[in-house]
Design a protein around this ligand. Structure first.
Ligand code: ADP
Ligand code: MG
Ligand code: MG
Length: 204
């Protein structure tokens, strides 16, 4: 699987489409265990990110991700803005000079993104955050020849659903302690949309 700069733009666009059509659902999830703004935060950020990257010319995948990072960082806000911003910034740094990236490059970039997010949010896997989706996806992408679009969606979806049974120890949901159990984490859900959009790009 490879990714060109053009496909990177498509990825951001498809993520935005999924976020916009699931905005209310993301809001509901965040109303249950947070402050109810995740739908609004994500829709504002990805709307602007798509507008920016689809109206610019790019030579490299890193260039697309750098602009995406800048927009997400300034437009999403909340806890998730700096985290998604960091993810795209880390990927952009690794893929800076590349007009098109191989699967191995991309796997490495996602690993870097994950490490950057963990550092930024001081979170580990299992704390009921978006890290719970990024972690297994990063592991899966390192898997080499067994990587395909269908399996990617499966891995990300299962990880997102797995957050339902856990207790939050990071983010706003952590204030609820045991009462955070029984709800899917909003950030894990938006991260699932991101990887679902990626799988869509790969399928084309
Ligand atoms: P806020 O909580 O500031 O209102 P959002 O609602 O946009 O921000 O985002 C909430 C999501 O951010 C959570 O569902 C969770 O996935 C993620 N999150 C919160 N804190 C952390 C953290 N320390 N590390 C990783 N992810 C986090
Ligand atoms: Mg919130
Ligand atoms: Mg908030």
């Amino acid at each position: 699987m490879v990714m060109t700069a053009e496909q990177a733009v498509t990825w951001v666009g498809k993520t935005n489409t999924l976020i916009q059509s699931n905005k209310e659902y993301l809001t509901e999830l965040d109303q249950a265990i947070g402050d109810g703004d995740h739908g609004l935060n994500m829709s504002r950020g990805f709307q602007e990110a798509e507008a920016k990257v689809s109206s610019s010319e790019y030579e490299t995948v890193g260039g697309v991700f750098k602009d995406t990072a800048t927009v997400l960082m300034s437009k999403i806000g909340g806890a998730s803005g700096p985290l998604y911003g960091t993810a795209f910034l880390k990927m952009s740094m690794l893929l800076r000079d590349k007009p098109s990236v191989t699967q191995a490059d991309f796997a490495e970039a996602v690993e870097e993104a994950l490490n950057g997010m963990k550092q930024r949010g001081k979170a580990e896997q299992g704390e009921k955050t978006m890290i719970d989706v990024w972690h297994p996806v990063a592991d899966f992408l390192k898997n080499g020849q067994n990587v395909n679009a269908g399996k990617l969606v499966e891995v990300a979806e299962q990880a997102m659903e797995g957050t339902k049974d856990t207790v939050a120890t990071k983010g706003r949901a952590a204030y609820l302690q045991d009462r955070s159990k029984g709800h899917i984490d909003p950030g894990s859900t938006s991260s699932f949309y991101l990887f679902q959009a990626l799988a869509d790009v790969w399928k084309e």
